[in-house]
Design a protein around this ligand. Structure first.
Ligand code: GRF
Length: 199
């Protein structure tokens, strides 16, 4: 019997990546009972009270527990990480998936979960680290940008790269059309990267 990897998803916003992963690893595998899947989405955590991701997950997968743990200002980080660790223990979590999680985890927390935290970033790292990477690449005028899946290390957007995919910025592209292209790639390569690691 294949060992199940229990994952927790951390998300702050819209939740398209979180929802996509839940479709691939939870909803689709339930519908197709024979699907081979070593990945179990055990829980979702959002640090933002009214983040759309919370409602979307509750509607799409009512059997996945969703937690709200406040973390907006850095003063809330200690408590956020303490509560998160207790959820991680409770659900026997082996992997923490960041899917649009817009806060920085402490060095101590990241070091505790070495090679167990994975992130997706909407640029070809190490270019355009940090927030608003899609718009920054577009405004800079690069001809190619892309998506990176990487392990999380204490330095933001700098951990070992798991996979990348390039997207060409066409003359006719706008920031909005580029965003759509990037999200399409994200929804394809994030589950593929996780399958490559765990399945
Ligand atoms: C994605 O572009 C992801 O790469 C970045 O944050 C965005 C989250 O989008 N880390 P969504 O909330 O998953 O729709």
């Amino acid at each position: 019997m294949q060992k199940k990897i229990n994952c927790i998803i951390l998300a702050s916003g819209n939740g398209s990546n979180a929802l996509n992963l839940i479709h691939v690893f939870h909803i689709d595998t339930k519908e197709h009972k024979n699907a081979v899947c070593g990945i179990n989405i055990s829980a979702v955590v959002s640090n933002i009270k009214n983040a759309p991701v919370i409602e979307k997950v509750r509607l799409a997968a009512p059997d996945i527990p969703v937690f709200f743990l406040p973390y907006v200002s850095v003063s809330e980080r200690g408590n956020f990480e303490k509560e998160l660790e207790s959820i991680i223990k409770r659900f026997n979590i082996n992997c923490i998936i960041l899917a649009g999680f817009m806060r920085i985890l402490s060095k101590e927390f990241v070091s505790k979960f070495h090679k167990k935290i994975i992130n997706i970033h909407p640029s070809l790292l190490p270019a355009f680290k940090g927030k608003d990477a899609i718009k920054s690449a577009f405004d800079y005028g690069v001809k190619y940008t892309g998506v990176t899946v990487h392990y999380v290390t204490p330095e933001v957007d700098a951990g070992p790269i798991i996979c990348q995919e390039v997207v060409k910025i066409e003359e006719t592209d706008t920031v909005e059309s580029l965003e759509l292209k990037i999200h399409d790639i994200e929804h394809r390569i994030y589950p593929a990267a996780l399958k490559k690691i765990f399945v």
